[in-house]
Design a binder for this molecule. Structure first.
Ligand code: EPU
Length: 420
């Protein structure tokens, strides 16, 4: 298993290219199942979650061809309605996103229940309710979800999400595209990745209005067709590099990043002592003054994203003052806390709230990566820790960060990947 060895103390400077968004590409790969004609995606990130999703698509007979320039062609012309087995779904919860396209196109689906994961229970009830609102019958048996439509397929309906789940909104959108008549989706997620899925589906011939708002309207069509779609850049990767610049007192141009996709993150980082401004090519981040403690609570977009909570906590460990960090999206997303403590961070946890008292300096240590965002927060902290930090089990990082070590080395970081 690979590990990262990081020597702290170098500024992160220069420029870095942001890859396509992991959380945009995964639902769009699933969306290819909606059509018998090919879907061509470009700006596809080279991360292992994409490989896992493609393995899943192959189970359904989808032909996935990677081309140069980060292009991916998905041909579901010969797809068949196989089962999504536990072994696949447990590897990646986003596999649940195949449920809606399978039901919409083939009239039935059998997908393993994902079960718990490292960041909490993560139920899928809202996905299932969305399908039921469009007339699907949903049942459970032996750990599998069975969903089937009436003989004449899904019909448009009103889907009211009790909370703005990203995945359930994507399920609702994909199902509604091929449902008869109009579907209204209320209180859906407004994240840029949901809007990007809507754009991809629109390119395939779907009729969608209001993506990015609390009310999405979809007029069902009989079939979707061949399309090309260029993915948005990864705002969480961009936010992670912004924090890398901020924590090291660096100056970094984050190429391909969009400040507006970062929601409240820009203002929070400015309050913490960084300066951010959009450039022709992306986003500039500088921190020259002291780091200040700032309180945050994670929220659905455009609030502070749960996917940047761990990274922000790493920043706060070396800020002056105490910061209160509340996690409201996932109940137990604090696996980074004991690992940050090994570097000398002063963090106390109470339920879903962490109190971070900034310390003068962190010290290198041996650490264990646990999930994607927890792992990258350890990398960020290691960039400023005195001495050497070794992070084990970094396959978690490779799930969602393309070439993290190479990109950081290009910006001045002292990082080595060691195999075995
Ligand atoms: N929830 C339910 N029932 C459901 C669905 C969700 O109770 O049917 C709850 C979840 O348990 C959680 C909250 O609603 O407490 C939000 O979950 P959401 O459905 O929005 O999350 P997701 O679609 O499973 C996506 C991202 C996550 C990101 C969250 C929140 C993808 C592939 N994953 O997950 O990304 O944290 O939205 O923004 O888009 C990551 O990239 O590290 C990651 C975990």
């Amino acid at each position: 298993m690979d590990r990262l060895v990081i020597r702290g103390g170098r500024r992160i400077e220069g420029s870095v290219q942001i890859s396509g968004a992991k959380n945009a590409v995964l639902p769009q790969i699933a969306a290819a199942l909606l059509s018998s004609e090919p879907l061509e995606l470009s700006n596809v990130p080279e991360v292992t979650d994409v490989d896992t999703m493609l393995d899943m698509m192959r189970e359904f007979g989808v032909i996935a061809t990677r081309q140069s320039e980060r292009k991916l062609i998905l041909n579901a012309g010969g797809a068949h309605n196989a089962e999504a087995p536990y072994d696949m779904v447990r590897r990646m919860r986003a596999s649940i996103l195949v449920l809606a396209p399978l039901v919409a196109r083939f009239g039935s689906a059998r997908v393993s229940l994902p079960g718990g994961c490292a960041i909490g229970a993560r139920p899928i009830d809202l996905h299932l309710k969305a399908l039921e609102a469009l007339g699907a019958e949903v049942g459970m048996e032996s750990g599998y979800i069975h969903a089937r439509t009436k003989a004449d397929g899904l019909r448009g309906g009103r889907i009211v999400l009790s909370s703005p789940s990203v995945g359930a909104t994507e399920t609702a959108l994909m199902a509604a595209c091929l449902a008869r008549g109009e579907t209204e989706i209320l209180n859906g997620a407004r994240d840029p990745e949901v809007c990007d899925l809507a754009l991809c589906l629109a390119a395939m011939g779907a009729r969608i209005e209001g993506a990015g708002t609390h009310r999405i309207l979809v007029q069902g069509v009989d079939a979707l067709h061949h399309a090309r779609h260029d993915l948005i850049s990864d705002r969480i990767e961009a936010g992670t590099y912004a924090i890398a610049a901020a924590i090291t007192g660096g100056r970094l141009e984050i190429l391909g990043a969009h400040l507006e996709h970062l929601g409240s993150v820009g203002a929070v980082l400015e309050n913490a002592g960084a300066q951010l401004w959009p450039t022709d090519r992306g986003l500039m981040v500088i921190r020259s003054g002291p780091l200040r403690a700032v309180d945050i609570g994670t929220e659905p977009y455009p609030g502070f994203p749960t996917d940047l909570q761990a990274q922000f906590m790493a920043l706060m460990t070396v800020a002056s003052g105490a910061s209160v960090i509340r996690e409201t999206v996932f109940e137990s997303r604090f696996m980074h806390v004991p690992e940050l403590a090994r570097l000398g961070a002063n963090i106390s946890l109470q339920g879903s709230t962490a109190l971070v008292r900034g310390v003068e300096r962190l010290h290198g240590a041996e650490l264990m990566a646990t999930d994607l965002r927890a792992s990258v927060s350890l990398v960020l902290a290691a960039l400023v820790a005195e001495g050497e930090t070794t992070i084990h089990r970094i396959y978690h990082l490779d799930r969602g960060y393309e070439s993290l070590d190479h990109k950081l080395v290009q910006c001045g970081g002292d990082i080595r990947r060691v195999s075995g």
